[in-house]
Design a protein around this ligand. Structure first.
Ligand code: 13P
Ligand code: SF4
Length: 327
């Protein structure tokens, strides 16, 4: 029998219980746009990685329930160490994080002592501790533009985001060769076919996508910027090349429009659901609020070392609203 099913009374009103526990424990529920729609709907705040980091740093709540993946919950703990930070499923990892083992990354960094180290927020706390400045897809361009023109840069772990920045900003960067398994699944051939079927539909893509997908995009940027673009576009139909969870917010805000997930090689987009994000469910959200676990626990030395590049990111980010983006 499913252990979790056995611990939850099937007659329980999950939504009411989550709301009751949130109040009782003075908790805030933060959710990324890639979470299931029901989780987004019950969250206190839904946003991209930068928005969520800021919220985690600022909250007055005693408990942060992070509905996203583990590295995001770790960021919340790094920035708010006195808070209890829980994640519905501790197995919610990230392929970009997995693609950058800290030991190997340390050797790489040590071999290039004249380079500044920029890491995408999608990495472990140990990799952050080896980094000079963290970036997200919504502030990366703004931050790189503040670095001296001849500054040598290592960019890790996403080679697609790094390549995009390097091409767009004309900066030579040494790229760690990590990738996101979700954004790598989009098929250029199928996207071209879809564009032929909807010639008036613009394409919005996340910079974690390979260049052959980004080349077809009318807008490239973070999840929050993709949402903004899709809602502000005059087009009735918009093609979305990122994890399809974000379409939930688009459909809520503009029910009269059509948002189509960019296809994978099989011609549909079901393969582009992030399997890590999908581990979080309403049942696990209820349990983690009830039991205040699984809880994020970092060793203090790593936390302090990882906090520095995250604080630098917050200082160097645009100060207001959704950041200037990579469009
Ligand atoms: P943003 O929300 O910063 O666009 O990042 C997307 C992502 O990779 C989440 O894992
Ligand atoms: Fe990681 Fe990709 Fe999932 Fe984002 S979508 S959490 S980058 S595997």
């Amino acid at each position: 029998m499913n252990l979790m099913a056995s611990t939850i009374d099937p007659t329980l009103d999950l939504i009411a219980e989550i709301k009751r526990l949130r109040e009782e424990k003075n908790a805030v529920i933060l959710a990324h746009y890639y979470q299931d729609g029901a989780i987004q709907d019950i969250a206190d705040f839904v946003g991209d990685s930068l928005d969520l980091s800021r919220k985690a740093a600022e909250t007055n709540a005693d408990v942060i329930v992070f509905c996203g993946v583990r590295f995001m919950a770790e960021v919340a703990k790094i920035l708010s160490p006195q808070k209890t930070v829980v994640l519905p499923d501790m197995a919610a990892g990230c392929s970009l994080e997995d693609s950058c083992p800290p030991d190997e990354f340390k050797k790489f960094v040590d071999a290039h002592p004249d380079h500044m180290v920029l890491s995408y927020i999608n990495c472990s706390a140990a990799v952050k501790a080896l980094t000079d400045i963290i970036v997200t897809s919504s502030n990366a361009e703004h931050i790189v533009n503040q670095l001296p023109e001849h500054q040598k840069i290592i960019f890790a772990p996403d080679r697609h985001l790094g390549g995009f920045l390097s091409r767009k900003l004309g900066r030579d960067m040494l790229l760690w060769q990590g990738t996101c398994i979700v954004h790598e699944m989009f098929s250029e051939k199928e996207l071209i076919k879809l564009k032929a079927r909807y010639p008036d539909a613009p394409v919005a893509a996340h910079p974690e996508c390979p260049d052959n997908i980004v080349q077809h995009a009318d807008h490239t940027g973070s999840t929050s910027s993709i949402l903004k673009f899709a809602l502000e576009s005059d087009a009735d139909t918009v093609i979305i090349a990122t994890e399809p969870g974000i379409i939930h917010q688009m459909e809520k805000a503009a029910p009269h429009k059509t948002f189509i997930g960019a296809p994978g090689a099989d011609g549909n987009c079901s393969c582009n659901t992030c399997p890590y994000m999908a581990l979080n469910t309403m049942e696990k959200l209820y349990l983690c609020l009830r039991d205040l676990g699984p809880e994020i626990d970092l060793d203090e030395q790593t936390r302090v070392a990882a906090e520095k590049p995250l604080r630098r990111m917050l200082e160097m980010s645009p100060q207001t609203g959704p950041s200037k983006d990579l469009s």
